[in-house]
Design a protein around this ligand. Structure first.
Ligand code: MG
Length: 203
């Protein structure tokens, strides 16, 4: 399986990091070794001093497909989850300044926390999903998928022009504004609507 991630897909988040708002989806990937499941803790990596959380809605691909047409894109995912795209922000800034790829800062082991998945039909407002992240019980990120620059269906069409989608692939659809650092001892708790989806302690 592969993990496909979208950068800068909420305008307010692009602006908070002084990045331009993209005109086409910005894509990067993480290997399967990045997955952090079952609410396991994340051990603070030794190669960063500025580890950030980015809470994101995650789509689970349920059909194989290439060059997906817009009218069929919706049928390529039946379940959604909540993920945290952990980012070594200091390292990412160094890599960006050199024009290098982001993988060292974004795709390291356990950098993709993921919740269990829920059927999209059980989320009453599929096109307007509220989601949020708390740090030590305080709200730090709140988003709604109606504010996505590139919709779920647009992403599925775009990605599948370049990468064949396989059953089980995950798409991290981007983070809203409010990203920030964690330190050892912090606990992150993520929600879709009122439903607690995941927790992650930083150790
Ligand atoms: Mg992200």
């Amino acid at each position: 399986m592969k993990i496909i991630c979208i950068g800068r897909n909420y305008q307010q988040h692009a602006l908070e990091l002084n990045n331009p708002v993209p005109s086409s989806p910005m894509i990067f990937m993480k290997p399967s070794t990045a997955l952090l499941v079952n609410n396991k803790p994340l051990y603070y990596p030794e190669f960063t001093k500025d580890l950030h959380y980015e809470v994101e809605i995650v789509l689970k691909i349920c059909k194989n497909g290439r060059h997906v047409d817009p009218e069929f894109a919706d049928s390529y995912y039946e379940q959604v989850g909540l993920g945290i795209d952990f980012t070594a922000r200091d390292l990412q800034n160094e890599l960006k300044a050199k024009g290098h790829p982001w993988e060292l800062a974004k795709a390291f082991d356990n950098s993709a926390a993921i919740s269990d998945f829920v059927d999209k039909k059980d989320i009453s407002t599929k096109d307007s999903i509220n989601f949020s992240l708390q740090k030590n019980g305080e709200m730090v990120q709140e988003g709604n998928t109606k504010d996505l620059i590139f919709s779920f269906n647009t992403l599925i069409c775009y990605i599948s022009k370049y990468f064949k989608l396989h059953v089980g692939d995950l798409i991290y659809t981007g983070t809203p504004a409010g990203v920030g650092p964690v330190k050892i001892g912090d606990t992150l708790t993520g929600f879709i609507g009122d439903r607690q989806m995941l927790t992650c302690e930083i150790k």
